[in-house]
Design a protein around this ligand. Sequence first.
Ligand code: ADP
Ligand code: MG
Ligand code: ZN
Length: 502
Amino acid sequence: MTVTELLSYEDALAAYDPVMGLEVHVELGTRTKMFCGCSTALGAEPNSQVCPTCLGLPGSLPVVNETGVESAVKIGLALNCSIAEWCRFARKNYFYPDMPKNFQTSQYDEPIAYDGYLDVQLEDGEVFRVQIERAHMEEDTGKSTHVGGATGRIHGASHSLLDYNRAGIPLIEIVTKPIEGAGDRAPEVARAYVAELRELIKALGVSEARMEMGQMRCDVNLSLRPRGEQKFGTRSETKNVNSLRSVERAARFEIQRHAAVLTSGGTIVQETRHFHEEDGSTTSGRIKEEAEDYRYFPEPDLVPVAPSREWVEELRAGLPELPRLRRKRLQEEWGIADHEMQSVLNAGALDLILATIAEGADSAAARKWWMGELARHANESGAELAAVPITPAQVARVAALVAAGDLNDKLARQVIEGVLAGEGGPDEVVDRRGLKVVSDEGALGKAVDDAIAANAAVADRIRGGNLAAAGALIGAVMKATRGQADAKRVRELVLEKLGVQG
Ligand code: ADP
Ligand code: MG
Ligand code: ZN
């Protein structure tokens, strides 16, 4: 493989202005396929969820999945789109073995939703508006597995296996208008947009949108134009990027690659490209200099889709609170600053904190543990916060023990440490390690008496009104109880026994 020339990111941005277009495919979570009754469940035996319709056998007739249309309308509404009063499906004609019908049922010039926008928040809190061109309905293809080659690609393979279980699963394709004006933040905008879109899709309940499972994938179109120029440059289209990080890396790589080609006097060819996870690079795919001729025509076997205005308004009224507004509301409820909320989001802690609150913890305690102790643990072990081996219910239990005075902070940290080490749930760790705050007044009283007896001079100073000296006695008691006393109660007892007002 030839090494791709790259210009440094800074030099690329000094000379050129990036323009992006993001096409995101989302697999809907409907129970059945878009045009037949076959199951969409994952993990089944290959070709066990197929029928004449999704195999494109002669004489079969498709029927539109109503839930699929409903999901498309919901997505369109959440993206501030207009919803078509009447639209049709179209045949996109091409041959590929993973598509036995020889055409993909899609939408062409009559998308169900069009002209919207999605506001995305960048890491510094700035809100960037991404304009949406359209969201349309289509169907997924089957899955080919190329066997016998080194790369898993068709090149070099000895044969291919085809599984049509995925053929006909409903997809919504969401296409942005050209994204201009992001400058050096273009890769960040791309990532933030896909992240926000994923949150939105999940909030709508129309798909789990798990990128690692291919339920959501993004094509990154990118071109550069000389700074100050209006006309767009030629774009490349990096296909099927399937993680947030990869979306950002693909955009960044293409900026640097285009810039290297352009500064050396070369021209960019319009082509699709493959993204490589290992090193974040892209390589050439299919040349796409002219628009491919898919011979689109309206699907004659399906009735047009005409969502009534009443139904659309009903769906609009039933939309859940959208993620960005929900985050804003939570931030206000919790009374925290922008940057604090941002770090909660960056840490991937929002859902965990909410789940912990749902288990009874107060918001401050939930945030404190997830953003403190547990975030540190995630950091040190290089894991995602959600993968840290403790549940929100367990964190809530620790918070409850602290709130009840059974644990102080220091002991609570030890309990968490025990849970993370696999010693069991919080109560088990408390028992096994003997970590309860000493709240037995008799034992505590004796420890205070002992401390006073052993530090007579300090006790005298306190009696004489030097309250600051109490710290030494409290320290002695804490030491004697191995940190398992409630420091506030110890202070009360010390002052009480020495006959001083606190
Ligand atoms: P195709 O079907 O070839 O992928 P589309 O027009 O459906 O083409 O989508 C292309 C995507 O790229 C859209 O998001 C569009 O806004 C964007 N786009 C179009 N021209 C350019 C360009 N010159 N540079 C960057 N993005 C572009
Ligand atoms: Mg495309
Ligand atoms: Zn079928």
